[in-house]
Design a protein around this ligand. Structure first.
Ligand SMILES: Nc1ncnc2c1ncn2[C@@H]1O[C@H](COP(=O)(O)OP(=O)(O)OP(=O)(O)O)[C@@H](O)[C@H]1O
Length: 305
């Protein structure tokens, strides 16, 4: 049985359809990224998986527990960690108090180990915490009972780049330990660094479900080169060349065609400088969001690459 199973899940808030009949599974040991711009339905899906919202239609299960079955879900939650997007800690108690309480309910076998990596000032009251400190406290809380599945909503928001990298490293280590991680993000580069598979959500619809490798593969390659005007004209006339941009020092385009054709064309010209690499994930993402939405999505989907 898959660690997470979602079948035709729909969630309405009154007349607003937040999630529209989505289906996917997450297998044990996977890191699954749930990607989409603001308002796509990520938080709604996550809260439904945790039994915090009732589905309007459809079913979902986590660690074999049906989300409609309250008792089964309570048992399953002992083996689940949750990091919400909005951390509603009691501001008056210390970080240590927060963790002590969590320990009494779920356990704390990894508490000290986690506090070596993520370092909220646990002796101070939460009201004095920065956003990043709160996030670190939330991460420690989510993982300290060594759960089999951890569900996280925008886990790195508020973390500085160094701590984000620590987090990515930690997440990769968890995969080695056979844990299953499900997290939402609108930061494409983050998903690219750590996920095995991604689900792409758009206005409540699951518009893509891909291995990260094939997601990157679909986007072609970005070619940047310095060459003669004649060569530039020949190259950009090839099938599969899109998004051509001309600069004083050369040209750049995305190539989705056959590699040998490109290489033959390149070999027949005088090429002074060339770089071929993956296109930015935003370009790949546009594939799912379509041209009409490109401008809007571009603004909503952040990337730090
Ligand atoms: N309590 C609510 N009542 C009414 N509509 C809601 C409620 N919560 C969310 N929505 C709507 O449901 C849709 C999905 O929201 P959701 O918070 O799940 O998206 P999201 O992908 O998590 O976005 P974000 O990245 O901004 O958190 C949005 O249109 C949102 O306005």
């Amino acid at each position: 049985m898959a660690t997470i199973e979602v079948n035709d899940l729909t969630k309405d808030y009154g007349s607003v359809r937040a999630v529209d009949s989505i289906s996917f599974t997450v297998e044990r040991g996977e890191i699954f990224g749930f990607l989409g711009p603001n308002g796509a339905g990520k938080t709604t899906t996550i809260r439904t998986l945790l039994g915090l919202l009732e589905p309007t239609e459809g079913t979902a299960s986590v660690l074999g527990a049906d989300v409609h079955d309250e008792d089964a879900l309570i048992d399953a939650k002992e083996r689940i960690g949750y990091l919400p997007a909005h951390l509603g800690f009691n501001e008056e108690v210390t970080g240590k108090d927060v963790l002590d309480y969590h320990a009494s309910v779920k356990g704390e076998s990894r508490r000290e180990e986690l506090l070596e990596i993520f370092t909220p000032p646990v002796e101070r009251p939460v009201r004095e915490y920065s956003t990043g400190n709160k996030r670190m406290l939330g991460i420690v809380q989510a993982f300290m009972h060594d759960p089999d599945l951890v569900i996280m909503d925008e886990p790195t928001s508020g973390l500085d780049p160094l701590m984000q990298e620590e987090f990515n490293e930690f997440v990769r280590g968890e995969r080695e330990r056979g844990k299953t991680l499900f997290f939402s993000s609108h930061v494409l580069s983050e998903v690219r660094r750590v996920c095995d598979r991604v689900g792409i959500l758009r206005e409540g619809d699951l518009v893509g479900l891909e291995d990260i490798e094939s997601l990157l593969g679909q986007g072609g390659k970005r070619v940047q080169l310095q060459t003669t005007d004649e060569a530039s004209a020949d190259l950009t006339a090839l099938d599969g060349v899109i998004d051509v941009q001309t600069f004083a020092e050369g040209i750049q385009f995305i190539y989705t065609g056959e590699y040998n054709t490109l290489l033959r064309e390149l070999a027949s010209h005088d090429v002074r400088e060339i770089e071929i690499n993956e296109p930015p994930l935003e370009d790949i993402f546009m594939h799912y969001y379509g041209k009409d939405d490109a401008v809007e999505s571009n603004q909503e989907v952040a990337s730090d690459i």
